[in-house]
Design a protein around this ligand. Sequence first.
Ligand SMILES: *Cc1c(COP(=O)(O)O)cnc(C)c1O
Length: 223
Amino acid sequence: MSISENLEKFNKELPDSVTLVAVSKTKPVSDLMEAYNKGQRIFGENKIQEMEAKWQEMPKDIQWHMIGHVQRNKVKYMAPFVSLIHAVDSLKLLKEINKEAEKNQRTIACLLQIKIAEEDSKFGMDEADAENLLFSEELRKLQNIKIVGLMGMATFTDDEKQISEEFKKLKKIFDTFKAKAQKLEKTFEILSMGMSSDYKLAIENGSNMVRVGSAIFGERNYN
Ligand SMILES: *Cc1c(COP(=O)(O)O)cnc(C)c1O
C-alpha cells in the first residue's frame, strides 16, 4: 500500500481522541510531502539535525515532534520551531531546553519519558523521580518550558500481555500525575504511547498520542 493509503487507513481507524504522529525519520522529504498532501501535519523525527533540515525545506504549518533521545548540545537547533519534545528525562535537559526556548521567546512543550520496558537500553525516568521533578520548585522556575504529559515505550516483544501490562502501568502513573497537576491548575493531558507494532494495545490502554512510522512510510533502511 502507498503512504496515502496507509494514512487513510489510520485516519479512519484511530478514534478522534488519539493524535497521530507520523514518524518520518530516515525518510525523504518526498515521502513526507505525500503524507502532507493527505492532510498530515504532525511529523516525528529522532535526529535533531535531520528534523531541522526537513523543517527548512517543508511547509511551515507542520508541527515537528522530537521523539528521540535529546543531546543537550543540539537543543539550540530545534528550539526555534519544535512543537513537542517527547523524551525528556532529566532536569539538566529541561534547563537547557528552557534556556534555548527563552532565547527564541517561546515556551516549549515537553513530555517526560517514563521507563516501562524491562530492557536496560530504554531511556526514561522511574515514577518517583518523575514525580519529584514534575512538582519541584526547580521546575517552577523554568518559565519557558511546560510539561504537558508522559511518553513511554513498551518492551520489544511478541508477548501482548506484557506489553499491555506496561502500558497499563504508564496510564496509571499518568492519571496520578494528572490529578495532582489539575490541583495546581497545570495542563497535563498527553499520553504518548504506541508505535506501529503496538498502537492498538496502547489505545486500548489509554494512549491519546501514537507515534507511527513503518506502518505509514514502510520499513526503514538505515544504510
Ligand atoms: C522510530 C520510533 C517510533 C516509530 O516506530 P515504528 O515501529 O516505525 O512505528 C516511535 N517512537 C519512537 C521513540 C521511535 O524512535
